[in-house]
Design a protein. Structure first.
Length: 306
């Protein structure tokens, strides 16, 4: 073999060889792979548990007729005694990647299922359905669902004064004692952002001068994490509160257990100050939360451009 051939063969075999890494790096890689494996397993277990909890809840549901197909068929929004409107605002399509859109679509399906199985389904809307989400909902045959699907934006579907945007960053808190209001549309931001866009919905509500409020979580329950919940958890909490009139139970039953810390006794911490009512309503539908004289202010989130 000539010298040039030898050089060529040695350089190709160098390319084939995996790059040398130190023992320390090898250990780190092993540890990381193990961590990923454990995380996957934990997620799987969590999903199985969640499924069991859902089934359990369904079995405990007051109205057992809802467990049958026939019972479900007649359980429609138009027959419901509940006229409270809940809307998922899906204007954030272009801010999400494929995976997040797929998660959102699943969350919407959970919301729909929870409403269909509620003994008093609320009037459930989805607005701004466009782009990728629209295609996914079509594949899911959402057109046949008992739901109000709208391509138009939220502000074209409902009068300005009816809108109350739910956002965990709001300084206002939904009343912990009053029932939800039939003249208000409770809007959930249809976005999966893994906490990357803090304050997005809050800024949107401010920019449009819509009423806004957060759920009264702090009065009843301590969380291990921030109080930002997924759309389906917010929907399930609202539906549960509509039925039971008990926030504490609604939170305990619907906030994932891994997020919950200790339950506080609700009696000491009832919000006192009243704020953003429905413009025609002297009765509060949301309150500014004052605890022992101290007003809890929301952090000012970064400005956004929608
Ligand atoms: C995953 S969160 C979206 C987080 C997003 N960064 C934002 O700006 O709100 C989905 C939606 O659930 C509702 N939501 C979540 N946690 C809430 C809370 N603690 N109080 C009121 N609404 C909440 C809000 O409508 C929010 O837009």
């Amino acid at each position: 073999m000539s010298t040039t051939e030898e050089q060529a063969s040695s350089s190709t075999s160098d390319v084939d060889k995996p790059p040398k890494i130190s023992k320390n790096q090898q250990r780190k890689q092993k540890r990381y792979a193990l961590l990923l494996e454990r995380r996957k397993l934990k997620r799987k277990e969590e999903k199985v548990k969640q499924k069991q909890r859902r089934l359990e809840k369904l079995k405990q549901s007051e109205d057992q007729s809802l467990l049958t197909r026939h019972g479900l068929k007649s359980n429609r929004m138009e027959n419901s005694s509940c006229h409270i409107r809940i809307c998922i605002d899906c204007r954030y399509d272009s801010m999400m990647n494929d995976k997040d859109i797929s998660s959102l679509q699943k969350q919407i399906a959970f919301c729909y299922s929870a409403n269909r199985r509620s003994s008093t389904p609320c009037q459930f809307y989805i607005t701004n359905i466009n782009g990728q989400l629209e295609k996914r909902l079509e594949t899911n045959c959402a057109k046949n669902w008992d739901i109000y699907l709208r391509n138009e934006p939220l502000e074209n579907v409902f009068p300005h004064d009816d809108i109350l945007y739910l956002t965990s960053e709001s300084e206002n808190v939904l009343s912990s004692t009053e029932p939800l209001d039939e003249r208000t549309v409770y809007v959930i931001g249809g976005i999966v952002d893994h906490n990357a866009r803090k304050g997005l919905c809050y800024q949107l509500a401010l920019a449009n001068k819509w009423r806004h409020a957060r759920l009264p979580i702090d009065e009843f329950i301590k969380l291990n994490t921030r109080r930002v919940l997924a759309c389906n958890h917010v929907m399930e909490i609202l539906l549960n509160y509509i039925q039971l009139g008990d926030w504490k139970k609604a939170f305990e039953q619907n906030i994932p257990k891994r997020k919950q810390k200790v339950i506080i006794d609700s009696d000491d911490d009832i919000p006192k100050t009243v704020s953003p009512n429905h413009p025609e309503d002297p009765k509060p539908c949301a309150e500014v939360h004052e605890r022992r004289g101290e007003v809890i202010e929301a952090e000012t989130p970064p400005p956004i451009d929608l």
